[in-house]
Design a protein around this ligand. Sequence first.
Ligand SMILES: Cc1cc2nc3c(=O)[nH]c(=O)nc-3n(C[C@H](O)[C@H](O)[C@H](O)COP(=O)(O)OP(=O)(O)OC[C@H]3O[C@@H](n4cnc5c(N)ncnc54)[C@H](O)[C@@H]3O)c2cc1C
Length: 479
Amino acid sequence: MASAPAASGNPVAALAGSLPPGLVTADPERLAPHLLDWRGTKRGVADLLALPRSTAEVVALVRTARAHGAALVPQGGNTGLVGGSVPEPASGRPTILVSMRRMARIRAVDPAGLSLVAEAGAILADVHEAARAAGAMFPLSLGAKGSATIGGLVSTNAGGTQVLRHGTMRNLVLGLEAVLPDGTVLDQLKPLRKDTAGYDVKQLLIGGEGTLGIVTAAALRLVPAPAVSAVAWAGVPDMTAALALLARLRRAVGERVESFELMGDEGLALVLAHVPSARAPLATPAPFHCLVELTDVDPEAPLAARLEAVLAAALEAGEVRDATVAATLAQAQALWALREELPVAEKADGPSLKNDVAVAVADVPAFDAAARKAVAQHFPGARPLVFGHLGDGNLHWNLRPPAGADAGSWLAQHGEAARRLLHDVVVRFGGTISAEHGIGTARAAELARLGDPGRLAAMRAIKAALDPAGIMNPGKLPL
Ligand SMILES: Cc1cc2nc3c(=O)[nH]c(=O)nc-3n(C[C@H](O)[C@H](O)[C@H](O)COP(=O)(O)OP(=O)(O)OC[C@H]3O[C@@H](n4cnc5c(N)ncnc54)[C@H](O)[C@@H]3O)c2cc1C
């Protein structure tokens, strides 16, 4: 690796000179890709790029940074959607971007104990593959699986498309290894199923967005690999009907409902417009679409037949307008691609206001109606683009500027007011302004405005206790 700046008397050079050789570089070309977020809307500034290869190197990095008062910004795949993985443009102190991508080993897989230990930089798709090779499954998936890392997924408490059945990262992390802001190693990596020996400190790092330490490895919960699955696409008249279909499915097949995703017709239209391989799944139009997956470990389980029967009954009851069950793996993958390519199609369509909210599942239709009403009243012409994990009550309730408007200037003028309006509706329904993406910088002001004061005070006290010098990911979360 190219070495750090040589000028003496320069605080960055002094910092770099105190670190083990080869751990950091100041090469602007190598730094540049790490300084722009996935959406391409936030550009940060850092003095050095660190690429540690081991937990010991992370310890050296943290201790040295602390001694020099430098800021550390952990980064995994840089697919986060709230600006958390990119340094602030002006932190006022030497800043090191810590890319964890070289710590990507799968340290252990235990098929009998159903656990897997991966380093923080391991890519989610590689973890899926390692679990599959052992006859198991790591039950968390999302559109960015080819780039998102275990450290990033842990630190954002990521969700994805299987939360309905398996929970978020908080439920899937059995053990954690991390370097705390004073350089101490938190060694809770053993995949224990039970542990009541005091505070569960690792949970502070899960969803901590890099503000309480650097995750170096995680022990993950696996489940037996499903032997069969059935995937269907259903056009539905409204969200109430979508929830009725979910309830009907659960009554029929219980825990076998692995995923239940929702998108509005405008989202499907965007995918069809921007993704060349995408094909309309149904002949009959519908305002909303549901993507359903059932799985079973029993290879004899007649899942497709059960799914067809449930959809036929839902059709009869008027909950479904049209539906198709994938007949082959390729068809199932094509249906999933329609859902997973939506954020990519949205990005290709131009700037929009992104939101990640959740309310109680039963409240989703009323919340959605209230949000649409408020937006139509205050921002006439603005176009909701709503999709997400309906079974978790989690909607990406995004807003596109009015057709024909200059998107950049509309968002600059109205974006934050529209976001506040939406969040006020969320709070009225007792929901959350961040369901799975985290807070980063994009939601920090809103969390400060709307967060529970007791929770915010506890968060600030924990931050002050563990990171009194504020070296870990400054500027993220309202700390
Ligand atoms: C197309 C697309 C689809 C997505 N779909 C979903 C979805 O369905 N559900 C969902 O939950 N998210 C989704 N996301 C968001 C994103 O993929 C997740 O937030 C993911 O967890 C980020 O992982 P990453 O490795 O890219 O982390 P980064 O973006 O690099 O970092 C995210 C945060 O974690 C911190 N961090 C990263 N690594 C570490 C570490 N080792 N130690 C401490 N802190 C660390 C960073 O400082 C930052 O605050 C999607 C993103 C894209 C682009």
